[in-house]
Design a protein around this ligand. Sequence first.
Ligand SMILES: *[C@@H]1O[C@H](CO)[C@@H](O)[C@H](O)[C@H]1NC(C)=O
Ligand SMILES: *[C@@H]1O[C@H](CO)[C@@H](O)[C@H](O)[C@H]1NC(C)=O
Ligand SMILES: *[C@@H]1O[C@H](CO)[C@@H](O)[C@H](O)[C@H]1NC(C)=O
Ligand SMILES: *[C@@H]1O[C@H](CO)[C@@H](O)[C@H](O)[C@H]1NC(C)=O
Ligand SMILES: *[C@@H]1O[C@H](CO)[C@@H](O)[C@H](O)[C@H]1NC(C)=O
Ligand SMILES: *[C@@H]1O[C@H](CO)[C@@H](O)[C@H](O)[C@H]1NC(C)=O
Length: 601
Amino acid sequence: MKPVYCFSILALLQIFTVVVSESNWPTLNFTLEIASRAQRDISKLLPISQITTVGISLSSIFRNSGYTVDALSPLYDLLNGGNEAIMIDLYWNEFTSQWQLCPAPFPSNTTYNMNDVVDLLWENNDYQCQPGLSTENIMGIINSYIRDTNTNIGANFLRILFNLKSIHYENSNRTIDLQNIYKPSILNPVNIGNDTLNDTIASLGSYIFTPTVLSQYQSDASHVEKASSGSSINSTQAISYFYNQSNIIVPSLDTVLLSEYKRVSAHILSNELVNSSRVYQFTSYDTDLIFFNDVVPLVVENTTTGVAGRYCNELFNAYNSTGVDIETFNNLSLTTRLRFIVDSDENPFTVDTLSKFVRCGYSAIFNGTSDVGVNSSLLDFLDEVDEFIPYGFWSWSPGQPVDLNDTNSDSINNASMSSNNTDDSNGNSLAFKCVVLTETGWSVANCYDRHVIACQNLTSRNNWVLQETNKRNYFEIDKGDCPEGYTFSIPRLSTEMLSLQATVKQRNVPYPIWLDLNDITVPNCFVSGGPYAQCPYQRTITTNKFVRMIAPSFAVGVVVLVLILIENIFRTNPIQTNRKRYWKKAIQEYYNKNDFEGVPS
Ligand SMILES: *[C@@H]1O[C@H](CO)[C@@H](O)[C@H](O)[C@H]1NC(C)=O
Ligand SMILES: *[C@@H]1O[C@H](CO)[C@@H](O)[C@H](O)[C@H]1NC(C)=O
Ligand SMILES: *[C@@H]1O[C@H](CO)[C@@H](O)[C@H](O)[C@H]1NC(C)=O
Ligand SMILES: *[C@@H]1O[C@H](CO)[C@@H](O)[C@H](O)[C@H]1NC(C)=O
Ligand SMILES: *[C@@H]1O[C@H](CO)[C@@H](O)[C@H](O)[C@H]1NC(C)=O
Ligand SMILES: *[C@@H]1O[C@H](CO)[C@@H](O)[C@H](O)[C@H]1NC(C)=O
């Protein structure tokens, strides 16, 4: 690319960056962006059901702001800010036989404007509802977020979690009256929902990872030969060898995002539909599109019961038993089950409990209105959620990865190794580009320091060996530093991390401990595979400067510009919708090149 061209793009970006950083939108800051991409990439090869995340209950927003379209305005930013699960309370209105978000039925003796906010009374509770609000508003926002992030660098996986409830009435003498008040009315456009459950998410279309796609994957996988467990297997084969022993085989995040081109799945978290003659009847259209508990089992804990807390304490203290209990961890790793913890007004998450739950394998859903703050504005609310996000990683310590190279030298802006290394005042080499395990999680450390290294059993991922006598600096680590059958490695899942930390405690090894993760070749692109591992996004992110430039641009609006730039100029592989255009371009380039070089026939 011509330097002039490049400069003008960077200048353009800078202008947009300035404009955006003056707006009020809270965004995922640069550190968090790097941290979440690194965590996602590390877990990429593992079953998607094992990956833990943080999410938000829309009801907590609605309870605070009313059941209105406006209340959904922070949703895009919440997704952009790292929330990957959305819990939705969905009500089956027995009068109209439709699914709606408002917990109360609309009386049909009044005419509504779709944008009115109506005060409703139902079962002694007051609600403020807008007839114009439907699940379609939510799906619209999710759709645009998915489209805006649909590149191999930005794609993540979302979960929609439904709690099904009823707007129910008993059959009695009052029934006729009630039916008359709340019956669907032709004069009124109070058709605020869909008739079937599958219709409520249908507009997400081909982005949905469905039970049908899963069973297709499972039947394909059963034909593929099982990888052997010999010592010659590489790390990718070792991962699939271990996780293919799961009771229910589920594809990896990588397969789902980059081979199946799916971005979202929908699950029934709870079904509290009241049994009556007017209850919703599930059909095969629903079960083909949405996961029910019998296909991918899930457990939901509430912070109030304390069950999850006790369970996590047991796991964290597994090292107290005579040996590290590998069986317990293996059972967790190989049992396919989504685990959720939902907080409440009485027991809201604190940063500490959030961190603990995520580290012991729960996906945490913010549901307390106190998370929202009863009288607080939406921006306060977003700020509060932002405050928790650094504690939502099972991997990184809060605030990591810190770029300490900046404070040590301003001259580090080059991707080549030699110019990166600086010296401290004593003439010792410094390069803060390698990752250690500390008590609180992963941290960036100086590659030249000598530490114990984490060795993982090739075929048994919760089995770790730490040799206290064998300390190495990061560049010295080689094959011989781990015993036969073990390899220098990194935990790729909360359970693997727990089993490693249990080993550390049981063997009484001091932190820090080297993990196979560094950003030596491209700053802020964390990769495993030793010091010379390549950044998969290398063609995209070529200099430190460029990463810095695009970082603040993960704000609303500019994200679109950046993705267009990345796509057109730096050629990230766009996925799915843009595939055609990409290939067309690639083929065109191939022809151009061959015309130029070719011999006329
Ligand atoms: C990013 O957010 C974290 C936690 O909120 C904070 O500690 C850190 O200083 C922020 N980094 C930047 C570059 O703003
Ligand atoms: C509609 O019906 C409700 C309940 O019976 C009643 O309280 C209200 O006054 C009615 N509204 C109108 C405009 O008739
Ligand atoms: C319901 O209606 C039936 C007959 O129409 C009557 O016998 C009964 O007393 C009524 N029950 C109540 C609770 O009003
Ligand atoms: C679901 O309901 C919404 C709002 O009424 C409507 O726009 C949408 O077309 C419906 N979807 C389907 C698949 O019927
Ligand atoms: C995990 O343990 C439970 C009982 O504790 C058992 O029912 C289940 O089969 C085990 N799962 C695996 C994958 O070993
Ligand atoms: C690795 O784990 C497997 C399964 O638990 C075990 O059979 C094997 O002996 C372990 N390898 C070494 C070298 O200890």
